[in-house]
Structure formats: structure tokens, C-alpha cells
Design a protein around this ligand. Structure first.
Ligand code: HGA
Length: 608
């Protein structure tokens, strides 16, 4: 998604802006730009493509100044061209924007009527013109920005500079994340603190509706009611700096291999003597989990798949009814929540716009809200009653891997805690499942050892255009996640089906050109799954089966078996996710795609 970086200092800040943008590259973007104030004028450079192109152009043009704003754009309105790249400008005002201005058409028409000339197709360009229009009506820069912002509908974060006022940088947060970085004699702005880690580790997390004026010495904040407020400064732990490839060819591969350690961090301090520590979910957890008669999970993308696995667990292990729905659907339909519903939201970044909006929409009708999130300082964590931080560590690859498996671990701990509070999980059962969780880091190392075999087989997918993924029970969402990974990074069309559903339609697609991938742990459904696999073989479908080595799935021509270690059914979804990640990764490498930053996609989806 789009990224904002801003800086005001006593040193030249172009390098700070460009380094900040580089650190946001992992989020996915299509163009980049910056504007600084130099000798009383706005100097702007914008380039389609990578930040490096912007860096080269800025260096060639010798752009520098003491105050500036920069942006990586992930287009929502208008193609990814130079003209549509941010910052957008109106005379001596330049603006960077994340989000969507929903009433831009009406504003654009009005401003054109006032004589403003538009040079882009973006919604964003109305903002600088609107500020100019307000300035013409009188008042100072700050008043004009406040009046302009009051006319904008939608979700946005803005960074604004004016050439004749080089002593201030204005920022607005309304529905899209923004943090202020505090320095000595300099201050910074960004949509993601990661961008500012080279220059500071002290941050102010802005709240919805905040209006901010940064000078070199001071940060002034007004809240949504227009009152001056003091927001606390938070000092960050230095471990957040760790985000290098560490010898791996791609962040995604590194993050796949980090999963045993990441899961260990998720478990650390959350289980002791075979029991789940209830307070890991927050001080009200014991009471709210006991009271909850229904769980509503809201999430998007990969996090939705984690929630879907948890639905099986909540009902089978904890005996509590559970629904899961993609947040972008839930937020816009009329919903009925059963009495005593506990909301569970899941998001890696904690800034997923649809998940946040769904939470806000429904919160008042639930007994409480809990989020499962990787970023402790995120909006979702701040707006939920309870939070469980997964401690997966920074995830840079756009295609989520370790964030997903750590979410699953967190959710299984939650299921055990809820089941215990309802009297449906005995102490022995809890100890048994906690023991399985504790064994996961070692078990996953065994599964990662399948990597060379998976890499060899991946060759066979390079020329294919479609793939089917099959699973049954809690392995169905695992198959969905496997299909999503393949789509995201290799651009091969992939669909997941509950294996029993095959004969109701998708079997028509199966021929010798359609690889079919299946996950087959040894459980109550294994014989049913084997019959489904036979249905595929009978139609010459090429099968790739990740099967428990004791499940008696035998290789034969057209049926490749990857032997998986024996694993308890409860944790099998976590274990069987790993080989599917590796398969997608190797297929993408063979196809030569941009594995860490796949086309059209973004990491933290902050627009709806
Ligand atoms: N709507 C703006 C900004 C898009 C955005 O925030 N993407 O993440 C545009 O299309 O330029």
C-alpha cells in the first residue's frame, strides 16, 4: 500500500525521505515521488516504478531541502503513471496522501469551476487545490488546511507542505495510519514507523481525527474535536530494526524458515506447566471467555484463512459456536450477532482498513473484542478490548507466511483457554494439546527438510495455468491458504475446494493439464480423502499429495507423495501449511516473478 514519509530538520532531508521510502517498498507500490522546499519554492520529482528510479532522478537533479514529503503510491484512482504519482501540487502547496477521497468528483468539479487545472486522474489532487481555494478565502495556512480537511469524505492520511512556510509540516490522520517520529532539532512523519527507524526510535502514534503541525522543535496535536491534546511519546525496542534477508535469496524464504523460532516466540510466556496463561489475552480474558457463547471472527486474506481454521477448532475442541467472515463483506451487510458474542479480529499489521472498520461497526453489539496481531503499536490493538501479540517479528514478504502460522498458534491457545472456561477442555486435554504445540518448532524443522524435494517437483508447475488444492475439515482452509500463496506470487490461477465438493462441479476441470495438490494428514477423514483422490486419478489429473507417512498413500505414476511426519490432528493445519508455502515459493522462483513484492499487491492493506 501507499507509504508516506515526511521530515523537517536542520539538515538536508532528501536521503532520509528516500531511505524511508526504501523501507516501505516491501508493502508493494507502483510509483514514488518526493517534494522539498528549496529557496522558497517546491521542488518535486516523481517516477513510475521503483524507489531507485526516484533516488537516481533526485540525485541527478540535485534535489535537497530542510523540509519535505515523500510517497510510494499503490494506485486506487488513475494508472500508475508519473502524472498520477504523489506529491500532488497546487501552486506553492504539495500533498502526499494515503487512502481514498470519496467525494473527489464533486470537489473536482467545483474546483475546476473556480479555475483550478488538474493534471492527474487521482482523487488526491483535489486536496492541494482545495487548500489553495480555502487560502484565497482568508486565514492562515493551518486554518485553510483545517477547513479543507473538513470537506473531505473517506479515509485518508495526509502530509502537506507550503513553500512560503518552510518552518512547518502539516499532517492529518483520518482513517489511515500515521505516526510522528521525534528527533532532536528535527521531526518526522510516516505511515509506518519502520520507515523512520534509521533516524529515531521515539514515536507518537496519532489517533483518528488528529491534526498535527510539526516544526523542528515541536509537535502540536489537535484531536477530532479541535482541542489541543498531548499524545504520549513511546520509545521502541531496538529489535524492530532486524529486517534483512540474512543470506536468503528472498525475505519470503527467510520468513518461511523463521517459523520454528517465530512459533517459539508466540508460545514463550503464554504456556506454563502445560496450561495456557489466561492473562496472555488481557486482564478481562477469564471473565469474557467464560461469558462468550458465540465467537465472531473478522479478518481478510491470509488472516481470514487463519480464522477459518480456528472455526473448526472452536467448535470441535472448545464446544463454542463460531462464525468467520471476510471483514469487507461483514462491515457492509446487515448482521445479527447471537447474544454474548465475542469478536475476534485477526490482522498481521493491525492496520487492515476493512478489519478495523468491521470492528468499529459491530463492537457495540458484542460483549468484547480481542485482536490477534503482530504489531503491538497498531490501531487494531489500541481499539480492541484485548490483544494477543503474536511476536512473529517483522514480516517483509508481501505473501504472509510466519504471520499466518503464528496466528494459528495464537488461535489454538485462545481455543484452549475458551474451552477451559466453558468446562469443555479438561486439564489433561489442555496439557496434551499444549505439549503438541511445544513440539511444533522441532516438528517444523523436519518438514522444512522436505524443501529440496519440493523444489524439484516445483519445476512441473512452471508451465501450468491452473491448479486445484484439496483438503478436508480444518485442512480445507489450509488448502485455501496454499492456493492463495500460489496465486499471489506465481500468478498461476489456483482454487481450493473441500475435497468432498469436487464431484459437485470442479471435477469437470480435471485433466492431465491440471495439477491437483492435496493435504492428507492421518485423521478420521483420510479414507474419504483417498476416495476423492481416486476420483482425480480416474480423470488423469496429476496429483501431488502431502500425506502422513503412516496414512498409506502410495506413490504411483501421476501421484507424487511427499511423506509428512505423523502429527496430532489439532496442530496438523499448522504443520501442513509449511510445504504449501515452499511449493509456491519455488514455483514463483522458477517463473521469475518478484517473490517479495508481487505485482498489484500490497502488504498492509490500508485502503478498503
Ligand atoms: N487514492 C490515492 C492513494 C492510494 C493509496 O493510498 N493506496 O494505498 C491514489 O490513487 O493515488
Amino acid at each position: 500500500m501507499c507509504g508516506i514519509v515526511g521530515a523537517i530538520g536542520e539538515r538536508h532531508i532528501t536521503e532520509v525521505l528516500i531511505e524511508g521510502l526504501r523501507r516501505l517498498e516491501y508493502r508493494g507500490y507502483d510509483s514514488a515521488g518526493l517534494a522539498v522546499i528549496d529557496q522558497g519554492g517546491i521542488v518535486r520529482e516523481r517516477q513510475p516504478g521503483k524507489v531507485q528510479a526516484l533516488a537516481d532522478a533526485s540525485h541527478a537533479a540535485g534535489i535537497d531541502g530542510y523540509v519535505g514529503i515523500a510517497h510510494t503510491r499503490w494506485a486506487t484512482h488513475g494508472a500508475p503513471t508519473q502524472d498520477n504519482a504523489h506529491p500532488h501540487q497546487s501552486g506553492d502547496i504539495a500533498v502526499v496522501h494515503n487512502g481514498i477521497i470519496e467525494n473527489y468528483e464533486a470537489l473536482r468539479e467545483r474546483l475546476q469551476g473556480e479555475g483550478f487545472v488538474f493534471t492527474s486522474q487521482t482523487d488526491t489532487e483535489v486536496v492541494p487545490h482545495l487548500i489553495q481555494s480555502e487560502l484565497r478565502k482568508g486565514g492562515d495556512f493551518i486554518d485553510a488546511v483545517k477547513r479543507a480537511v473538513a470537506q473531505l469524505h473517506g479515509a485518508f492520511a495526509l502530509g502537506i507542505i507550503r513553500a512560503c512556510e518552510p518552518e512547518r509540516l502539516i499532517a492529518v490522520r483520518q482513517g489511515s495510519p500515521l505516526v510522528v517520529g521525534l528527533g532532536i532539532g528535527e521531526n518526522f512523519l510516516s505511515s509506518d514507523q519502520l520507515a523512520l527507524l534509521p533516524v529515531t526510535n521515539r514515536f507518537i502514534y496519532l489517533e483518528e481525527g488528529d491534526f498535527v503541525v510539526l516544526t523542528r522543535q515541536k509537535v502540536s496535536v489537535w484531536d477530532r474535536n479541535g482541542d489541543v491534546v498531548k499524545r504520549p511519546a513511546v520509545e521502541l525496542d531496538a529489535t524492530l530494526h532486524a529486517s534483512t534477508k540474512g543470506g536468503y535469496k528472498h525475505y519470503m524464504l527467510k520468513e518461511i524458515y523463521e517459523q520454528p523460532a517465530a512459533i517459539q516466540r508466540t508460545l514463550n510466556g503464554r504456556v506454563s506447566q502445560g496450561r495456557v496463561a489466561l492473562d496472555a489475552f488481557g486482564p478481562q480474558a477469564a471473565e469474557l471467555l467464560a461469558k462468550a457463547r458465540h465467537i465472531q471472527i473478522l479478518a481478510c486474506g491470509t488472516s481470514y484463512h487463519a480464522g477459518f481454521v480456528a472455526k473448526y477448532w472452536f467448535e470441535a475442541i472448545a464446544g463454542i459456536s463460531c462464525h468467520v467472515e471476510v471483514a469487507s463483506e461483514f462491515r457492509y451487510r446487515t448482521t445479527v450477532l447471537p447474544p454474548d458474542t465475542l469478536l475476534v479480529t485477526i490482522s498481521q499489521s493491525g492496520e487492515t482498513a476493512d478489519t478495523l472498520a468491521a470492528l468499529r461497526e459491530v463492537k457495540a453489539r458484542a460483549i468484547g473484542s480481542l485482536c490477534i496481531c503482530n504489531v503491538p503499536t497498531s490501531t487494531l490493538v489500541r481499539e480492541s478490548d484485548m490483544a494477543f501479540i503474536t511476536h512473529a517479528g517483522p514480516e517483509i514478504g508481501v505473501a504472509s507466511t510466519k504471520a499466518f502460522t503464528t496466528q494459528l498458534v495464537a488461535l489454538l491457545l485462545l481455543v484452549l483457554a475458551a474451552g477451559r472456561q466453558h468446562g469443555n477442555v479438561s486439564a489433561d486435554r489442555e496439557r496434551e494439546i499444549v505439549a503438541q504445540l511445544n513440539q511444533l518448532p522441532n516438528l517444523l524443522e523436519t518438514v522444512l527438510a522436505l524443501d529440496p524435494q519440493i523444489e524439484r517437483i516445483a519445476e512441473r508447475f512452471g508451465e501450468k495455468h491452473h491448479t486445484l488444492f484439496l483438503g478436508r475439515g480444518a485442512q480445507y482452509p489450509v488448502a485455501m491458504e496454499g492456493a492463495l500463496k500460489l496465486k499471489e506470487i506465481s500468478y498461476i490461477h489456483a482454487e481450493a475446494y473441500p475435497a468432498g465438493e469436487l464431484k459437485h462441479g470442479p471435477l469437470a476441470l480435471v485433466d492431465n493439464d491440471m495439477p491437483v495438490v492435496a493435504v492428507a494428514p492421518k485423521n478420521d477423514l483420510i479414507d474419504k480423502l483417498k476416495s476423492n483422490l481416486q476420483e482425480v486419478r480416474a480423470r488423469a489429473g496429476e496429483l501431488y499429495v502431502f500425506a502422513d507417512r503412516n496414512a498409506d498413500v502410495r506413490p504411483e505414476p501421476g501421484l507424487t507423495v511427499f511423506p509428512m511426519p505423523g502429527v496430532a490432528d489439532e496442530v496438523a493445519p499448522i504443520v501442513y501449511t509449511i510445504p504449501l508455502q515452499l511449493l509456491s515459493y519455488h514455483v514463483a522462483v522458477i517463473k521469475g516473478t518478484d517473490v517479495d513484492q508481487p505485482r498489484n499487491l500490497a502488504k498492509s492493506v490500508t485502503v478498503e
